[in-house]
Design a protein around this ligand. Structure first.
Ligand code: DOR
Ligand code: ZN
Length: 411
């Protein structure tokens, strides 16, 4: 019997972590039912998009974003608003952070978060707060990607977890952890994990050359640790911080040009597995206060910036697929995500890698409506985003309402 598809995307050059070819990509009931060379789909499709001349990448999986719901900071960004910015940036699945106010540190509070997340246009999962006093909640909670350790001060974190005994107790549980740990604190954490850890540890937003080096050593020693870098640390440095003022302030702060070079080297040699946004919406009015809260939006601009870097020869499109989709999905065991393959979720982004555009505040769909990259010319434009077989971004506009679902964490 002929394969039936609701959608056929015909002729795009599919780039995955493994290579590229001109493809027929068919989706039905949210999943890929056919992935093959152009012309190979001989089934029946309800709708066909001629994507000749375009490039298809797997939908991006952003494993580090701050959506501010629920709680007192919801005016900075909601699942509805920030997921739309994500869709416009080719992101089809997001993992959100627990430093909401109140924290997401109890099973009951995660249920409140889940209610908000139903308004997301992209798929989503959650990181849970490991605050040092909520181990029973951590053990009881279901389907979270990781337990977040905040070991440095940042938005909402005034007394970071600095107690080695409590850290030891947590790491010995074997639960998956993700950490905000900068500089010496990262060294302390890696040593603690090497000694007591029995589960995986993921390091957020690596920014310093010496952090890359510490991770390189840990991995060479066989430690179960993975790491990500954020676009602002890859595409901005301390000279931008001086220019941008509070709009260039985040934790970790922007570093030196040498640190940026070391980050790219860490990406090239695999020390850094993934790129994740650390999307942290704050309104311009928040940023005008003294002291201004750290953090910058980034979920809509990650892919254009990476495409521009690819156009400049800094990495390949296959590297982008690996860093933003395959690796992040694999690190957290996100079922159905990270690969364009029959049976996987039909998540795609269609881009024109050579179309130039300018990143502007006016085009940002995030609640704050600004970006530290305002005015930046980039080569590479996000044209369409497909989430489980449905277009959610096309022709410069969000398509449809909500529709995102919680991803299953299966590791
Ligand atoms: O700059 C940051 N902003 N770094 C973080 O770790 C948190 C984030 C936020 O929530 O605003
Ligand atoms: Zn963060």
């Amino acid at each position: 019997m002929a394969t039936r598809a609701l959608l056929l995307v015909r002729g795009a050059r599919l780039v995955t972590a493994g290579g590229s070819f001109a493809a027929d990509l068919a989706a039905h009931d949210g999943r890929f039912v056919h992935v093959g060379p152009v012309g190979s789909f001989d089934g029946v499709a309800d709708a066909t998009l001629d994507a000749d001349g375009l490039t298809a990448l797997p939908g991006l999986v952003d494993v580090h974003a701050h959506f501010r719901e629920p709680g007192v900071h919801a005016h900075k960004g909601t699942y509805a608003s920030e997921s739309r910015a994500a869709a416009a940036g080719g992101v089809t699945c997001v993992l959100t952070m627990p430093n909401t106010n109140p924290f997401t540190n109890t099973v009951a509070q995660l249920e409140v978060v889940r209610e908000c997340a139903r308004r997301s246009v992209i798929d989503y999962g959650f990181h849970f707060m490991a605050d040092g006093d909520n181990l029973a909640e951590m053990l009881a909670v279901r389907n979270v990607a990781a337990h977040k350790l905040y070991l440095n001060e940042t938005t909402g974190i005034t007394s970071p977890l600095a107690d080695e005994a409590r850290l030891r107790g947590l790491l010995a549980t074997g639960l998956p952890f993700m950490a905000h740990a900068e500089g010496d604190t990262l060294n302390m954490l890696l040593a603690a994990h090497a000694q007591w850890g029995t589960g995986p540890l993921h390091i957020g937003h690596v920014a310093l050359a010496r952090e890359v080096e510490a991770l390189r050593r840990a991995r060479a020693a066989g430690q179960w640790v993975t790491a990500e870098a954020s676009p602002h640390h890859l595409f901005l440095d301390e000279t931008d911080a001086a220019r941008l003022g509070p709009l260039g302030d985040m934790r970790p702060t922007l570093k030196t040009a040498d640190d940026v070079t070391a980050l790219w080297a860490g990406i090239a040699d695999g020390t850094i597995d993934a790129v994740a946004t650390d999307h942290a919406p704050h309104l311009l009015s928040d940023k005008q206060r003294v002291p201004a809260p750290p953090g910058v939006p980034g979920i809509q601009t990650m892919l254009p910036l990476l495409l521009d870097a690819a156009a400049a020869g800094r990495l390949s499109l296959a590297d982008i697929a690996r860093l933003t989709s395959r690796a992040p999905a694999a690190i957290f065991g996100l079922q159905g995500k990270g690969a364009v393959r029959v049976g996987q979720d039909a998540d795609l982004v269609l881009v024109d890698p050579s179309a130039e555009s300018t990143i502007t505040n006016a085009d940002q769909l995030t609640m704050p409506g600004w970006t530290p990259f305002d005015g930046r010319r980039v080569r590479g434009t996000v044209l369409r985003t497909l989430r489980r077989g449905e277009w959610i971004w096309a022709d410069g506009a969000i398509q449809g309402e909500a529709g995102g679902v919680e991803v299953v964490v299966g590791r």
